[in-house]
Ligand binder design. Structure first.
Ligand code: PLP
Length: 439
């Protein structure tokens, strides 16, 4: 609550807030969000928008759920704080529930953000190898165009140079490979052949780097913010085989793909593969409170039980696994289950894909692809040459959507000029009418 006028608030914002990843702009104010409800956000001027991005790809159950606010309130009254050096009931219940969702046995390390879920996975992987007779395994392979977070390790894993180059050197030991961007595959190769080739290239990189130096491979099941790059199943199956062959841990970053976004509980479940570790955040609480988790295969965890005083994981987070956030996450997962939102994401993804056939013929629409309710529309200047849409055109489209009351995203990419994918990821609870408005 505030007694200040809109103008005063905007001036104060400009004076004191350092906005995330936004250029300075003395001629414009940021969108100050005043109210959120269902699939919509309202700014401080009273303009209402359909949020086609679910905030930052996180508000899976939609905004304004009373029961989520209530459960956090009740939990805060009962246990205001407990760290995960100890434990508490919501964390225990949530770890158990995540195991149900994962359909396998994983031990859960709770933290606060997607970035630190990935940092945890890197530390676990290095220590695991160090303690199981492979002390030289310290490198991680990840993909160009993938995003894994803003901290030094997670940013090192990220394959988008413009987010990195002013902060380098980052954490050493991160190597990047090409993702299977099937739309831009070489002529003469089928999608399946190209995806197989991309996976086999990883094996070549492993040999060139020294196969006994690789600790893990981290990837999103489908690259999301980097441009909606959805693999053929043969790609991830082959990556998993390669990991098995060389004793490399397979880490899936499910920060966006998890919690129903893709029409399955987790994105990797589309592809018949089983990761060794899984990082999750965003949709875990639908963004209502900060919480993340790293799920670690049970037998990896077991290897930390040695007698040496240094054999346990020496990693701690004050706020990680906060009781109110865990209680809220449990309720959030209950909503997803009770309202069948995973199936809904799959069905709405199919409907959106079908409805957008109407724009396939447009001269600037190169490709439309989706996995559930995550969609990318790749814009081009020329359909024949696939010349990517210019940044001006992309900004124009994003702004035009906004002027019509719709928030859409745009990928950021490692290749200058390939910032040409419009991204859509509305709440899984979006109504039929709202989806129609989005179309
Ligand atoms: N991994 C992926 C795939 C993401 O999209 C993001 C954030 O957008 C992160 C990790 C980092 O999450 P956070 O911003 O919560 O640190």
């Amino acid at each position: 609550r505030t007694t200040r006028t809109t103008k005063e608030l905007l001036e104060l914002d400009r004076k004191y807030i350092w906005h995330h990843i936004s250029p300075y702009n003395d001629n414009a104010y940021p969108m100050v969000i005043k109210e959120t409800k269902g699939s919509c956000i309202t700014d401080i001027h009273g303009n209402k928008y359909l949020d086609g991005l679910s905030g930052l790809y996180c508000v899976n159950v939609g905004y304004g759920r009373e029961e989520l606010a209530q459960v956090a309130y009740e939990q805060l009254k009962q246990v205001s704080f407990a760290s995960m050096i100890n434990s508490h009931v919501p964390a225990i219940e949530l770890a158990n529930k995540l195991n149900e969702w994962l359909e396998d046995e994983y031990v859960i390390f709770f933290a606060n953000s997607g970035s630190d879920a990935n940092e945890t996975a890197f530390k676990v992987a290095r220590q695991y190898h160090e303690q199981t007779g492979n002390p030289n395994r310290f490198k991680f392979i990840s993909r160009y165009r993938g995003y894994h977070g803003s901290t030094m390790g997670a940013l090192a894993a990220t394959g988008q140079f413009q987010r990195k180059y002013k902060y380098e050197p980052l954490a050493p030991g991160f190597i990047h490979v090409q993702p299977p961007d099937s739309y831009r595959r070489p002529e003469g190769l089928s999608i399946e052949e190209f995806n197989l080739q991309c996976a086999r290239d990883i094996e070549t990189v492993i040999h060139r780097e020294g196969k006994e130096t690789i600790a893990g491979i981290i990837m999103e099941p489908a690259i999301t913010g980097g441009g909606a790059i959805i693999p053929h199943p043969i790609y991830l199956k082959t990556v998993q085989e390669i990991c098995g062959k060389y004793g490399i841990l397979l880490i899936f970053d499910e920060v966006i793909c998890g919690f129903g976004r893709t029409g399955k509980p987790f994105g990797h479940m589309h592809f018949g593969v089983k990761p060794d570790m899984i990082s999750m955040a965003k949709g875990l609480t639908s963004g209502y409170l900060p919480l993340s988790a790293t799920a670690v295969r049970k037998d990896i965890y077991e290897s930390f039980k040695g007698s040496n005083e240094y054999s346990h994981l020496r990693h701690v987070s004050t706020f990680g696994g906060n009781p109110a956030a865990c209680a809220l996450a449990l309720k959030n997962l209950e909503i997803i289950e009770n309202e069948n939102l995973i199936l809904r994401a799959q069905m709405l993804g199919e409907r959106l894909r079908e409805d957008l056939k109407s724009i396939e013929g447009h001269p600037n629409v190169g490709d439309i692809r989706n996995l559930g309710l995550f969609m990318g529309i790749e814009l081009v200047e020329n359909k024949e040459t696939k010349e990517p849409a210019s940044l001006e055109r992309m900004v124009k489209v994003v702004n035009m959507c906004r002027s019509k009351g719709l928030i859409v995203g745009k990928n950021s990419d490692t290749v200058p000029g390939l910032n040409n994918v419009i991204l859509l990821a509305p709440p899984l609870s979006i109504s039929d009418d709202e989806l129609q408005h989005l179309v």
